[in-house]
Design a protein around this ligand. Structure first.
Ligand SMILES: NC(=O)c1ccc[n+]([C@@H]2O[C@H](COP(=O)([O-])OP(=O)(O)OC[C@H]3O[C@@H](n4cnc5c(N)ncnc54)[C@H](O)[C@@H]3O)[C@@H](O)[C@H]2O)c1
Length: 428
């Protein structure tokens, strides 16, 4: 049983800490937001993530999981210190390393000899060495262990990962970190730190590429009269392509893909390589957001000024409460900028949405539609698919539906008088 400290108790850090405690280790999660530490210490998890609260409460009761805002106390008794800190993008496209740098500088003097510092944040290539320099210790090792969990499925992904990647120069430290994952039965890829850091960016860039690709195919399908749902299903059955991430939508978003695609483009550029494919992926994504807005505009007669629009979904995808870089939020922002009066419903949102202060928030999906000219579906929450369209029809002023997730049953919605539009096919 190892002594693990996790610095940063957000989506990645809290999941890692709770799961390592579930795997039998002693874990302390450290965060500098005192209120977060207080609620977590009571076993309350404020983020939406299936199974996480149960693991946190079980860890607290077993005394294998605790929380503190005292970084020194937390890291000084640890054999392993995981850095799960934010690495947002800066306006110039480079990665904001200030959180990682600050903690690396701070904890150096407090670590026990032989501690392994494990970086789980998504960071530019070269950060493992950079962190080692900031720690200023020759009796402490640093390895890179990028995280691939998906929000909404984080616990299951952590406990049953498709692979664990561990990179570093110190083979013994890499082996020690690999041991921490005993019990997950996943393949461990041991490599140098530069490759580990590159793997994370390459994975996210590839997934983003798949999304922009299928969105582009969907747009072609609309022009040609083909049906992207059939096309995606058929191409996805080829194991060389794979069926996941082939659902067209309003564009990719979330806390990772936008910043990591821009980050890799920037990294490549700094290294002297023009990553044109990735630049196109990012541009196609922005065009997809614009296309979603223009479909809504067209559906209400060419202008959004003063038009009441209902929106279903604000999170960047279903089964999470995360709205960071959400395409839904971005589409709503653009609708509002063109003068639309938007009322939204999302199962994880109540009260005012700070980033969309003029948007009304309804108590349920049907209330969001009251008096609206058009309904726009922006997040693929399953519960939206079972809302009876007849009940929606009763409260709406207009009959336009723009289903940016291909979530609703087009035939059903058309049968009660809606003018339905999805992505990548022409309704019959
Ligand atoms: N969210 C994901 O799905 C995901 C998946 C894989 C990798 N990542 C990467 O993991 C990293 C963390 O992402 P996240 O989504 O968990 O971020 P997050 O914002 O949810 O969590 C970061 C936490 O760090 C805390 N923090 C900031 N400065 C601190 C300090 N000085 N001391 C202690 N705590 C501090 C914050 O209060 C916050 O709770 C990022 O690099 C991200 O790119 C995220």
């Amino acid at each position: 049983m190892a002594e693990i400290a996790v610095v940063g108790a957000g989506y990645v850090g809290l999941t890692s800490g709770a799961c390592f405690s579930h795997l039998g280790h002693h874990v302390v999660c450290i965060d500098n937001v005192e209120s977060k530490i207080e609620t977590l210490s009571r076993g309350q998890v404020s983020i939406v993530e299936e199974g996480l609260e149960g693991l946190v409460q079980a860890g607290i009761s077993r005394n294998t999981l605790r929380f503190t805002s005292d970084t020194q106390a937390g890291v000084s008794s640890a054999d392993y210190v995981f850095l799960c800190l934010p690495t947002p993008d800066l306006p110039n496209g480079s990665v904001d390393m200030s959180y990682v740098d600050a903690v690396a500088k701070q904890i150096g003097p407090w670590l026990r000899p032989g501690t392994v510092v494990v970086n789980k944040s998504t960071v530019p290539v070269g950060t493992t060495r950079h962190v080692a320099q900031l720690l200023g210790r020759d009796d402490v090792s640093v390895v890179s262990n990028p995280e691939f969990l998906r929000e909404g499925n984080a616990v299951a992904d952590f406990l049953n990962p498709s692979r664990v990647v561990i990179g570093g120069d110190d083979a013994a430290a890499v082996e020690r970190v690999a041991k921490l994952y005993d019990g997950t039965n996943s393949p461990v890829i041991r490599c140098d730190a530069t490759s580990a850091e590159t793997i994370k960016y390459a994975a996210n860039a590839y997934l983003a590429t798949k999304i922009s690709f299928i969105n582009s195919i969907a747009n072609i399908c609309e022009h040609l009269g083909a049906d992207v749902r059939v096309v995606a299903d058929a191409i996805g059955r080829d194991p060389r392509i794979g069926g996941q991430f082939l659902q067209p939508g309003p564009g990719f978003g979330g806390s990772c893909f936008p910043k990591d695609t821009i980050g890799l483009l920037r990294l490549a550029g700094d290294a002297g390589y023009d990553f044109g494919v990735l630049r196109s992926v990012i541009e196609a994504n922005d065009q997809q957001l614009a296309r979603t807005v223009s479909k809504v505009r067209d559906a209400v007669g060419g202008s959004l000024r003063g038009v009441a629009i209902a929106v279903w979904g604000l999170t960047f995808k279903a089964n999470t409460d995360d709205r960071r870089h959400s395409p839904a939020v971005e589409v709503v922002r653009r609708l509002v900028a063109e003068g639309a009066r938007v009322t939204a419903f999302d199962p994880t949102v109540s009260g005012v949405v700070p980033e969309l202060p003029s948007v009304g928030v309804a108590a349920n999906a049907i209330e969001a539609c009251r008096g609206a000219e058009a309904l726009v579906v922006l997040t693929e929450w399953r519960e939206f698919a079972i809302v009876p369209p007849a009940s929606v029809r009763e409260v709406m002023a207009g009959a336009a539906v723009m289903d940016a997730r291909n979530l609703l049953d087009p035939g059903l919605w058309r049968s009660v008088g809606f003018v339905y539009q999805g992505v990548g096919f022409r309704p019959q």
